[in-house]
Design a protein around this ligand. Sequence first.
Ligand code: PGU
Length: 408
Amino acid sequence: MARINPAYRRLTAGYLFPEIARRTREFQAETPGANILRLGIGDTTEPLAPEIISGLHGAVDRLASRETYSGYGDSEGQAALREAIAAHYRALGADVRAADVFVSDGAKSDSANIQSIFATDNTVAVQDPAYPVYVDSNVIAGRTGLKNDRGQYEGLVYMPCTAENGFFPELPTEKVDIIYICSPNNPTGTVATREQLQGFVDYARRHKAVILFDSAYADFISDPSLPRSIYEIEGARECAIEINSFSKSAGFTGVRLGWTLVPAELRAEDGEPGELQKMWTRRQNTFFNGPSNIVQAGGLAALSATGRAQTLEIVKYYMENARLILDCLQSLGLTTYGGTNAPYVWMKTPDGMGSWDFFDKLLHECHVVGTPGAGFGPSGEGYFRLSAFGHRENIVAATERIRDQLVR
Ligand code: PGU
């Protein structure tokens, strides 16, 4: 008799973005003429850089002849791409080696799967609000109880990120074992400083905890004083895993390519340095056959000098969108955060409105979709996220509608 994984029953709602898509479809069905503008999910919209297109084409062509055809590759990723990713980090001043790099089909799967190399009785700390995958993957793994009336899953440690602490948490007062940090942050758009990250690295070293650092938006940082990788921080190689992606910086949300760095020195409380790197190798060798060889050629092209120059221009385009959104909201007297080193603008809802109520208001009055802060955790209540990904004309139209049609 087959029995289900009961942990799935503890999940209280559907995954956030399909839920938003469902409500949007419902509204579209009721309002057939509405031209809905989507600033909800952080999904890239601009065409791939020409250098990437040519890299992808080259790999397709190599599959057309016996001499250059390739089949299964290493599940850790192609050696040349692992080396190019390591070199990309070294250029930032971060100590990363090719052997630390595990190429994947994106940061979502890695950030959901990485918890599987840690014992189920580890105490997990998450920023609140946070990218929902960190919490949901730990619920599914059986590390939590049910959600309580404060909107928190029992057994997880929620680290509030609020306007009062600049959206970066204080160090946990209790001993925690696994700590998720996302910087530039989804959803608040804020970036951790070197000092803030050093505080967490020092905590992790003291308590033999492990930091899971999601840097999917690192390329959106323009302020040179802000760290783009946890490995720019002294001591991070022994206590941190970093997850990153080509999705947002190179427009690969549909192409699919990312990576995880598990350094050789990384250690757990009850293991030797190197053991976690071996375990992640074993995990990937067993569960994954590597990303598509075509897509890896695209990734390699994205990291070439020409590819980088072209993709960073597209990043600038999205950041100009962010500026337009910030301008609009601020001109209406709304309180905003983020949007200068991250492609998300985080705003306080007007008059303390609930964030799902504001979602409905924006959709009904302006036909604009955003993401309610509460979808990212209880401390997101009273806030709202607008994504800067989108065609310029749609961002301009959305800001005009917000200016002219939002009832105040
Ligand atoms: N990590 C963070 C912090 C993210 O915000 C996202 C995407 C990912 C990882 C996923 O990266 P991939 O490499 O493409 O897998 N966040 C988007 C999309 C939502 C989703 O469900 O992934 C967002 O709107 O928050």
